[in-house]
Design a protein around this ligand. Sequence first.
Ligand SMILES: *Cc1c(COP(=O)(O)O)cnc(C)c1O
Length: 394
Amino acid sequence: MSQSQWLERYQSALMRNFGVPKRVFVKGEGIHLWDADGKRFTDMFSGIAVGGLGHGHPAVTEAVASQMRTLGHISNLYASPPQIALAERLVSLTGEPSRVYFANSGTEANEAALKVTRLTGRTKIVAMTGSFHGRTMGALALTSTAKYRTPFEPLPGEVVFSPFNDVDALASVVDDTTAAVILETIQGESGVIPANSEFLTAAREITRVHGALLWVDEVQTGIGRCGEWLTSVADGVEADLITVAKGLGNGIPMGACLATGPAGELFTPGSHGSTFAGNPIAAAAGLAVLDTIATEGLLDNAHAMGRLIKESLLGLGNPGIREVRGRGLLLGVGLSDQTGSRIVDAMLDAGWIIQAPRPDVLRLAPPLIVDAKTVAEFVEVLDDMVRRVRNNDR
Ligand SMILES: *Cc1c(COP(=O)(O)O)cnc(C)c1O
């Protein structure tokens, strides 16, 4: 069946919320994908910063298959060894005494954290302009983008938005009625915008003074994406709540809410639940991901390849590329014009997958296994495409 035939069937059977996808993929291996017409692509986006180990990594494939053969699902009325072992591993990543609640996605990890904040007895949440925390109603209430929010208002909760990276504004909006401040260490969806370290330090101080929780959404930045297990822990931020998801299962849907110290005691029996969350298969995938990142040295590789991409792109002297920001392998390429989506399309035609979160920004999130040869090829093709689109001659 050809790609266009698949897409016709897609358009009559699926709801229209994702628009019309640009390709139908039938196979993945390592950093490569193949579409239904047999064309090969290099994946520099990892399914929105998910597949850190690349497609079909044998460690995850084997862990999932063998766990499915052994014990697939039991619900949270019962426990399983992989679930307990993964929770312990995640606790160790926080470097503090913590507790874990498992979820099936990033938005669900955030819903869980939002429910934790309610149990402080306070309801006001301070979120950041430019934030993205997910699409379910609670997580959407914390997401600032008007086009995502407006059609679904009224949204739950008492949420106040404060300008990102503005210490004075944050200090003036957080008070003794504030349950939590939620922020991303790098705002991925709004264009790969890093929080500066003074802001993170101030957010910790301000929340501590007012007895509010500091909640860091590491759904996109965590689990090796930025060359750290958790960027907030690496930077000594000491958050009360950390949510993770995307990279955790390498494609098996899963997330987690990590709560340190007293925040970890707020859920009591019956506070929250989920049929699938933390099931043995997902937990086995998570363990395989954490093991593989450690044994293959992928945190170091993320730093090294991220630096190589940054330096190579800036070294081009391409007038269409203004800056490269981000950390590890979550990078934003700031463009001189509003050509992002045209560059993304031109790259796709040339066999390279990237994305544009904003018209003047390209987002790169290659698998953590990406190598220097692929980076060199990528930089050459991107250089060419940025120039061509800019010169309007493609
Ligand atoms: C992707 C993302 C989410 C939502 O995760 P889903 O798995 O799509 O529900 C939440 N927060 C951040 C920072 C994200 O990047």
